[in-house]
Design a protein around this ligand. Structure first.
Ligand SMILES: C[S@@+](CC[C@H](N)C(=O)[O-])C[C@H]1O[C@@H](n2cnc3c(N)ncnc32)[C@H](O)[C@@H]1O
Length: 266
């Protein structure tokens, strides 16, 4: 938070990952600083808009999958700004109107939008919380009100953990959330990688770091390790565009983001 931050902790003069992603997706909830930052990213990686859309499309397919497995409660961690396409509760409630969804984010603007635009009924809530303090989210009154921890939950961490450096222990964060939920719960996770083009990703990482946004891309093995103790659902850990896709792409690695869904055994 800088001297330009509002009382809510929102600084319109610095790019923020949720708003950057919103602009990549064609949304309107972003500021000039975010748009200028995206223009620099697009110079290095012109496919970034497509890759962001493919990440959202993976989230929609994964949520639909979880709902069809009988899951009726969802916690969307690092939910970002409301999607330009379908949000989690809209996808889940196509399967069953009774689905309940908690949207959580550390960015006050994302939470304010979730509360105003998504949480329009008692089955949906928007919660402010830092992923690195799982207890704050898991013990939040709205989470306790909406989520029955004796029944399976889908925990979403989409395009999120590459904002968390190793020093903050991403595998430990995943474990703390998955320890809190019942057997049969699912983890929906996507994560940026440098595997296909390390030099290009290095240039993008420098841009993010220059804008004070950590970008901790990881290899396939490092992302797979985040699913420790869970059973991967078919087709396993793959690029977003390869996870149960409606269409096949010739060059899936261009998506630059691994995606997987896994089930808590027991
Ligand atoms: C790229 S957006 C992803 C949005 C959405 N999950 C998706 O995949 O479409 C990343 C979001 O994670 C949030 N975030 C980053 N670090 C966080 C943290 N430590 N705690 C909570 N939210 C965080 C950011 O504020 C941002 O809204």
């Amino acid at each position: 938070v800088t001297g330009n931050a509002s009382p809510l902790g929102l600084d319109p003069f610095r790019a923020a990952s949720g708003r950057v992603y919103d602009y990549l997706l064609g949304g309107k909830d972003n500021f000039a600083a975010d748009r200028e930052f995206v223009q620099r990213v697009l110079t290095e990686a012109p496919e970034s808009r497509w890759a962001a859309r493919q990440n959202r499309a993976f989230v929609e397919r994964a949520v639909d999958y979880c709902a069809r497995q009988g899951i009726r409660q969802f916690i969307d961690l690092g939910c970002g700004l409301p999607s330009t396409t379908q949000n989690v509760h809209q996808v889940a409630r196509r399967v069953d109107r009774a689905c309940r969804v908690v949207y959580a984010d550390g960015d006050p603007m994302a939470v304010a939008h979730a509360q105003a635009l998504l949480a329009r009924g008692p089955e949906v809530a928007g919660v402010h919380g830092d992923l690195r303090r799982p207890r704050d989210i898991l013990c939040h009154d709205d989470v306790r009100r909406l989520i029955d921890f004796s029944r399976p939950v889908a925990v979403l961490m989409s395009a999120l953990l590459h904002t968390i450096p190793d020093a903050d222990d991403p595998p430990g964060i995943v474990a703390r959330f998955m320890d809190a939920v019942a057997p049969g719960s699912h983890l929906v996770l996507s994560h940026a990688t440098h595997d296909m083009d390390p030099d290009k990703v290095d240039a993008i990482r420098k841009l993010y770091e220059g804008a004070a946004m950590p970008l901790a891309t990881r290899s396939k093995d490092e992302v797979r390790a985040l699913f420790a103790g869970l059973e991967m659902v078919e087709p396993g850990l793959v690029y977003t565009v390869e996870w149960r896709p409606p269409l096949e792409f010739a060059d899936p690695g261009l998506a630059g983001v691994y995606a997987g869904v896994a089930r808590k055994p027991g």
